[in-house]
Design a binder for this molecule. Structure first.
Ligand code: GSH
Length: 218
């Protein structure tokens, strides 16, 4: 069983939902890590040093000794295999597939469409007024699919009564939908209920943007 030998390093930005997923996973797995802030608004992700770690220049990046992994999905899978003591993927194959599907809806069919770089592009090519409607449209499409996908499987959490991968990806995305893009959550009762359940868990609370060292002082 792999023990934690090196202190992990996480390159993260306080409000980045992709970084936030990994903060939750690390907390749930009880792994200590060093937090290295990358200020996206100041463009620190475009620096040559950061781009050497992740050529596409996005957070998060995890450094584990000599190993560098970027992309939250890849980092999650890496952590799951390297640190299996507290698993976040269920052994039951259909349930595992459901978790991967739900997580991937967030990470490939929702978040990329509301990423900073995409919103800047929309703003430049159309107008600042198009940003929120664009993001909202894609988030709501994804949320509608997630409601349908999970409705017959959810327990206290997304795929049952144990916290698992789907929850790790859902929590930051639901928060973003509500706080940054004014999504009307009345249309998504299951996601609303899950969001309430997440807010009670210390591992999720510790990972929220306002609790990060690079969060601006209120
Ligand atoms: N698929 C990647 C996406 C990473 C990503 O989009 N990160 C955002 C923050 S959540 C970022 O660094 N954005 C910088 C930019 O858009 O310029 C992942 O899941 O890690």
């Amino acid at each position: 069983m792999a023990q934690q030998q090196n202190k992990l390093k996480l390159y993260s930005y306080w409000i980045s939902s992709c970084s936030w997923r990994i903060r939750i996973a690390l907390n749930l797995k009880g792994l200590q890590y060093q937090y290295i802030p990358v200020n996206l608004l100041k463009g620190e992700h475009f620096s040559p040093e950061f781009q050497r770690l992740n050529p596409i220049g996005y957070v998060p990046v995890l450094v584990d000794g000599d190993i560098v992994v970027s992309d939250s999905f890849a980092i999650f899978m890496y952590l799951e295999e390297k640190y299996p003591q507290i698993p976040l993927l269920p052994p039951d194959l259909p349930k595992k597939a459901l978790n991967i599907q739900a997580a991937n809806i967030v990470s490939s069919s929702i978040q990329p469409l509301q990423n900073l770089a995409v919103l800047k592009y929309i703003e430049e090519k159309t107008s600042p007024d198009e940003i929120i409607p664009w993001a909202k449209f894609h988030i709501e499409k994804g949320f509608a699919a997630l409601e349908k996908l999970l409705k017959d499987h959810a327990g206290r959490y997304a795929t049952g009564d144990e916290v698992s991968m789907a929850d790790v990806f859902l929590a930051p995305q639901i928060f973003n939908g509500i706080k940054r893009f004014n999504v009307d959550m009345a249309k998504f009762p299951l996601l609303t209920r899950l969001n309430e359940a997440y807010s009670e868990l210390p591992e999720f609370q510790k990972a929220t943007p306002e609790n990060q060292p690079d969060a601006p002082l209120a």
